[in-house]
Design a protein around this ligand. Structure first.
Ligand SMILES: Nc1ncnc2c1ncn2[C@@H]1O[C@H](COP(=O)(O)OP(=O)(O)O)[C@@H](O)[C@H]1O
Ligand SMILES: Nc1ccn([C@H]2C[C@H](O)[C@@H](COP(=O)(O)OP(=O)(O)O)O2)c(=O)n1
Ligand SMILES: [Mg+2]
Length: 276
């Protein structure tokens, strides 16, 4: 462990200089804070009293790619709060809110609910939570979702996970999900996949271009600053890969709690860790 820590220290030092021109220091600082126990202990009270912005992870992937399943495991192991945009919308339907009928119809057709509404639901949950690290699952699903979040909340996510799964596998999983969902049928799934390819891909490309994306893909490969990890396999196999991402962030926060580690350095370190 100590050898690994020493290796990591020198890795961070040597990479800091070369990467410092192309990174955003604020992100690194938030990563450290989100994973620091001391800071968590002192971060009592509701979020609107919180001085520091929360650590936000967007979790993307097509229908049935395993977002919700993996989020539950991240919650258990790393103490995040899980906010599923789909669950928040379904809660609106079942609570007979004024928008319930419109949301139901939109989901039944495999379309996307107006962004202002979804962002408001997410924002309300983040602000009323005492936690300071969140998984926002199934959001943003469109460029409009993303831009609305940035405009309303005034911040970008700290990291973005993408579960990339073959369509055949996604369809198989959705059709056997068995949770009584109105959109888990072959017609709606086909429509949802069309919507995903047309509207979610540009969001993925946007984050991929910014070097903020951790892609969970067919083979473990590394391309530039993106770490691609398989999303096909058993739930536990996939979580083993997902855990590496969050463990790496924890290791980084233990190593250097008083310094801001830029996101570029984090990606670089993670890339090297995953190669081992
Ligand atoms: N790795 C996996 N292999 C097989 N089935 C899975 C796997 N991960 C999740 N599932 C199942 O597939 C279905 C869809 O998973 P879910 O987590 O709800 O996906 P998403 O939130 O991306 O739509 C669920 O029934 C879940 O139990
Ligand atoms: N950002 C979002 C997220 C979900 N929705 C709607 C449209 C989606 O087809 C449904 C279901 O989303 P959900 O994330 O629960 O679906 P999956 O878990 O990916 O199967 O909710 C939305 O309109 N906008
Ligand atoms: Mg889900």
């Amino acid at each position: 462990m100590w050898r690994r820590v020493a290796r990591l220290s020198s890795l961070i030092r040597s990479s800091k200089a070369s990467l410092s021109n192309q990174i955003q220091p604020a992100n690194g600082l938030q990563i450290l804070e989100a994973f620091s126990t001391e800071i968590q202990k002192s971060a009592k009270g509701r979020n609107h009293h919180r001085k520091k912005p929360p650590f936000i992870t967007f979790v993307l992937g097509g229908p049935g790619s395993g977002k919700g399943t993996q989020c539950l495991k991240i919650v258990e192991t790393f103490g995040f709060t899980h906010l599923s945009a789909g669950d928040l919308l379904r809660k609106e339907i079942s609570s007979n809110s004024e928008n319930g009928a419109m949301i139901l119809e939109t989901i039944r057709e495999g379309n996307i609910v107006p962004s202002e509404l979804t962002v408001k639901l997410i924002q309300r949950e983040v602000e009323s939570s005492e936690n300071d690290k969140f998984l926002i699952d199934g959001f943003p699903r469109t460029e409009e979702n993303r831009q609305t979040y940035e405009r309303v909340v005034g911040a970008e996510p700290n990291i973005v996970l993408f579960f990339d799964c073959p369509e055949e596998e996604m369809v198989k999983r959705v059709l056997s999900r068995n949770q009584g969902r109105i959109d888990d049928n072959i017609d709606t799934v086909k429509k949802r996949l069309e919507v995903f390819n047309a509207l979610n891909r540009p969001v993925i490309n946007y984050y991929s271009g910014k070097g903020k994306l951790y892609k969970v893909f067919i083979q473990p490969t590394i391309q530039g600053s993106i770490v691609m990890i398989p999303a096909v396999g058993t739930e536990d196999e996939i979580f083993t890969r997902v855990r590496k991402i969050f463990t790496s962030l924890e290791v980084l926060s233990m190593l250097s709690p008083q310094f801001s580690i830029p996101i570029g350095v984090i990606l670089f370190t993670l890339t090297n860790l995953l190669r081992r």
